[in-house]
Design a protein around this ligand. Structure first.
Ligand code: DAT
Ligand code: MG
Length: 167
């Protein structure tokens, strides 16, 4: 069954120059990339993305982490992969949440670490199920940024919208 999954290369992955490596690993899945962009993560986006963890003791550090405040890299790379069993395939390659418990050859097992504070710095995010994937994809992307039709859309008319164009 075709599925979409949100992948984030987190600030530690970018700082460690792992982008090419991670994309190569993900290409083993033979899934299709249907959207990709660099994102400057706002506080609101970070908090919304990890809202299921807001009561955890590590939440505020997790928000700082995904915003890039721990790595002086205020960006993440966001991608949508699409195809058969996309979530399971990508989560298998990513490895367990705790990098110490992750399969050593997985992305997190190879490149993740646990900070002294206890936070798992685990290089990539992968949506954990279809409902989460839909919620996250709608949070990170606009319909026009995705090259396939994943979810129903509505037409809206925006009046007096100021935008930038190339000079
Ligand atoms: P995953 O990213 O594998 O879906 P999650 O959604 O439960 O895991 O947690 C989101 C992130 O929060 C995770 O990638 C790293 C951090 N995290 C989760 N559980 C943690 C814990 N017990 N201690 C420290 N950091 C944790
Ligand atoms: Mg998760």
């Amino acid at each position: 069954m075709s599925q979409a999954v949100l992948i984030l290369i987190k600030p530690d992955g970018l700082k460690k120059s792992l982008t090419g490596n991670i994309l190569t690993r993900l290409s083993e899945t033979k899934l299709e990339i249907v959207a990709a962009k660099m994102v400057r993560v706002t506080d609101k986006l970070a908090q919304e993305h990890y809202k299921h963890l807001k009561d955890k003791p590590f939440f505020s550090e997790l928000v700082k982490y995904v915003k890039g405040e721990l790595h002086d890299r205020r960006k993440v790379m966001a991608l949508i992969y699409w195809g058969n069993d996309a979530i399971e395939k990508c989560r298998d390659l990513a490895g367990a949440t705790n990098p110490e418990q992750a399969e050593p050859t997985s992305i997190r097992g190879s490149y993740g670490r646990i900070l002294t504070s206890g936070l798992y710095e685990n290089v990539i995010h992968v949506s954990s199920n279809e409902a989460e994937a839909e919620r996250e994809i709608k949070l990170w992307f606009l319909p026009e940024e995705i090259i396939v039709d994943l979810y129903p859309v509505k037409e809206i008319t925006i009046r007096d919208l100021k935008r930038q164009d190339w000079d």
